[in-house]
Design a protein around this ligand. Structure first.
Ligand SMILES: [Zn+2]
Length: 136
């Protein structure tokens, strides 16, 4: 899902410190919410229908996905969307209370490069990996 490692090469570092632009970030997060909502609306409107307009939604072919029916896949997308939505809303709440940009687990600053890729990130890369490992 995430491009770990790709941030190693950072040729465009202009200054050593880069603070998060709260307003820009808020707009970005709100845009993400709108995209999730429109994706969900399309799925719900189509039901378990024919179209595969949603193939841009990242799915990993291979493992279990091939055994899922269209309806199952659409439900899975809706589930993911709902989870993603919660993450984004939590990020918006952190923007409000001023804790945005720090890891919710260890309290360290989340690198700006990571927030560029995942503005909703609640954890540093290490703690995110741990959280995902713990979740299975
Ligand atoms: Zn951390």
């Amino acid at each position: 899902m995430e491009g770990y490692g790709s941030s190693r090469a950072a040729p465009l570092l202009r200054g050593h410190t880069r603070t998060v632009n709260a307003e820009e970030t808020r707009q970005q997060l709100e845009q993400m919410l709108r995209e999730i909502d429109s994706t969900a609306a399309i799925i719900e409107a189509e039901g378990a229908g024919e179209s595969s307009e949603l193939s841009h939604v990242d799915q990993h072919p291979g493992d279990t996905a091939s055994e899922l029916t269209d309806a199952d896949q659409q439900n899975a997308i809706l589930d993911n969307s709902a989870e993603h939505r919660i993450e984004i809303e939590a990020a918006l709440a952190r923007l409000e209370d001023g804790s945005y940009g720090t890891c919710v687990d260890c309290g360290k600053q989340i690198p700006a490069a990571r927030l560029d890729v995942r503005p909703e990130a609640a954890r540093c890369v290490e703690d995110q990996a741990k959280a995902e490992a713990a979740a299975g």
